[in-house]
Design a protein around this ligand. Structure first.
Ligand code: GDP
Ligand code: MG
Length: 206
């Protein structure tokens, strides 16, 4: 039957965490991606949204974890990081603090997810608020972006993406790139899966 196509797809579920400083647009990115909406004065705190994506004929489900404002108190918990399969680090292209922000979040994931990073977990920098960049600021922003590219390259992260949660430019691309890498990692004998399984088994037997 024609409508059985979806049930023939293999479903996999992945936890993708979205981190970054307060106000950079994490929640906006998530709302644009999942609900195709945007608010100029967002006051929402959300913690998790789900979205299905098809990659190479395989349907996967991304569990997208937002910080729910925990970064305001610098209190992102171990639970938030644990068992994640991919990390999206958002920064604000218009912010002077962008370079320090990148370093801070890289150190956070190195602390919380060392095994996963070693195993090649996908990490992606997202430069958000592209719609606000004025012509005269382009060169400075380019330097920040080059820095993001260098940090990504030296740490084995994915190439960074510039986007706008407001206009929607490149927002789908962010999560499609992550989804493709998750599928690629899983279809090979990627050590991340084995390590995560091992960690879970150890926890079960203790
Ligand atoms: P979060 O603290 O990282 O979750 O940031 P929010 O998603 O709450 O966004 C903070 C502010 O930036 C809100 O006023 C948003 O409307 C605004 N914002 C988020 N993304 C964009 C964007 O791409 N362009 C513009 N112009 N504003 C944005
Ligand atoms: Mg938020």
């Amino acid at each position: 039957m024609a409508n059985n196509i979806a049930s023939d797809l293999q479903k996999d579920e992945y936890k993708v965490i979205i981190i970054g400083a307060l106000g950079v647009g994490k929640t906006s990115l998530l709302l644009r991606y999942v609900h195709n909406t945007f608010e100029d004065r967002i006051s929402k705190f959300i913690s998790e949204e789900k979205k299905s994506v098809v990659v190479n004929g395989r349907e996967i489900v991304l569990h997208l974890w937002d910080t729910a404002g925990q970064e305001r108190f610098q209190s992102i918990t171990n639970r938030f990081y644990s068992d994640s399969h991919a990390v999206v680090i958002v920064y604000d292209m218009t912010s002077e603090d962008a370079p320090q922000d990148l370093d801070f979040w890289v150190r956070e994931i190195q602390y919380y997810l060392p095994l996963e990073l070693e195993a090649g977990m996908p990490v992606l920098f997202v430069a958000n608020k592209k719609d606000l960049i004025k012509k005269e600021d382009i060169e400075e922003r380019r330097q920040h972006f080059r820095q993001a590219q260098e940090v990504s390259h030296s740490n084995g992260f994915l190439p960074p993406v510039q986007c706008s949660a407001k206009t929607g430019e490149n927002v789908d691309k962010v999560f499609q790139v992550v989804a493709e890498h998750l599928v690629r990692n899983r279809s090979g004998s990627h050590p991340l899966i084995r390590q995560t399984d091992q960690k879970r088994c150890t926890a079960c037997s203790s």
